[in-house]
Design a protein around this ligand. Structure first.
Ligand SMILES: Cc1cc2nc3c(=O)[nH]c(=O)nc-3n(C[C@H](O)[C@H](O)[C@H](O)COP(=O)(O)OP(=O)(O)OC[C@H]3O[C@@H](n4cnc5c(N)ncnc54)[C@H](O)[C@@H]3O)c2cc1C
Length: 320
């Protein structure tokens, strides 16, 4: 039977939800689902990938893979792909995956489809779609003459199946090939935010120029604390130096697809919409009832975000 290899990433001792989405999709395809994980916690996590439908897992638990290194990841994944011989390789479109998978695809004389928002399995082949031109049109993709179909999915696009704690995957180890690394990671500096990365977040509260000044982002932080959200921003306020670029959502920032996106004082420029319009529910708070964001919003509040946000925070505190 053809195999789907799912590259799983982890955070805080668990497989990321974006990877669980892919294991679920692979399992539902009816093809054999094999996961792969890298780093010292890989063997433990690999077994648990069976809870979501993987039958086996191949890991490389070399501690040098605990932090992302382009060359080392390439070497490990190349060895794993050679061992598993999959027809399809799925990964979430994280920064490491977007770096390493195009190189792997080239190595295996194959193509890579990135930033996909839907996937359908048709026998051994996949049919995909992805937004183009800031979401103005959707491209349908499939692979031609590609030995392996490498697919990078946008996070939060697919459902995660129910975990079956009694099902575990068999785990096999591969050694990290001893090849020279051209890049060494000397230090990793953790970003200031302790919140879930925007691309993985289930709820995002985002602020724009309508918040008037940087200190008013505190209102977003307060709401985010109560509802368990991450905090995003428009480019206008990033350019103004109010918040870090890592918080920018949009064409030149992050692409997000949370279950709930609350846009506060954001006009809804096409470049902002490009990064968040596939959110499942969009709530917009804006003083201007003609603001373009309302055309995309599921729910709209015409009002002053500086007044509405504290009320929302207090009301959520009562029920959560
Ligand atoms: C090549 C290119 C790439 C870009 N990439 C991005 C990107 O990645 N992300 C991005 O966001 N932008 C991007 N932009 C910029 C984009 O075009 C807009 O300029 C930007 O999104 C506007 O940010 P904003 O909505 O915060 O500000 P504004 O457009 O100024 O909107 C502020 C909104 O706040 C409302 N408002 C005012 N006061 C209040 C209040 N008290 N309460 C509630 N609402 C209030 C106003 O009615 C208005 O709708 C890009 C532009 C270009 C040219």
């Amino acid at each position: 039977m053809s195999k789907v290899l799912v590259f799983c990433e982890s955070a805080n001792g668990s497989i990321k939800s974006s990877s669980l989405e892919l294991i679920t999709a692979a399992k539902n395809s009816g093809l054999e689902t094999v996961t792969c994980l890298l780093g010292s916690d890989a063997p433990t996590l690999a077994a648990s990938s069976g809870n979501y439908g993987a039958t086996s897992s191949v890991v490389c638990s070399d501690a040098s893979l605990d932090a992302y290194n382009s060359d080392a990841y390439f070497n490990a994944l190349e060895a794993i792909i050679e061992k598993v011989a999959p027809t399809i390789v799925l990964a979430s479109g994280s920064a490491p995956a977007r770096d390493v998978f195009p190189k792997l695809a080239a190595k295996f004389d194959s193509g890579v489809a990135a930033d996909c928002t839907s996937i359908e399995f048709n026998g051994d082949n996949v049919k995909l779609s992805k937004p183009l031109y800031s979401g103005k049109c959707i491209a349908d993709l499939d692979f031609q003459n590609s030995k392996i179909q490498f697919v990078l999915m946008r996070p939060n696009q697919l459902p995660v199946g129910e975990a079956d704690a009694s099902a575990t995957a068999s785990v096999e180890e591969v050694a990290l090939p001893a090849k020279d690394l051209r890049v060494l990671i000397k230090e990793i500096v953790q970003g200031a935010s302790k919140r879930v990365d925007l691309t993985e977040a289930n709820i995002i509260v985002s602020g724009g120029r309508g918040l008037k000044e940087a200190s008013n982002f505190k209102l977003l932080e307060d709401l985010a604390d109560v509802i368990g959200a991450s905090v995003g921003a428009s480019r206008a306020v990033v350019d103004a130096g109010w918040v870090d670029h890592s918080m920018q959502v949009g064409q030149t920032g992050k692409t997000v697809a949370p279950s709930l996106y609350i846009a506060c004082g954001i006009s809804g420029a096409i470049q902002h919409l490009a990064g968040m319009s596939s959110s499942k529910v969009i709530v917009a708070i804006n003083t201007d009832k003609e603001a373009p964001i309302f055309q995309k919003a599921t729910y709209g509040i015409v009002g002053d975000a500086l007044e509405v946000l504290p009320v929302l925070t207090e009301e959520f505190k009562k029920i959560l």
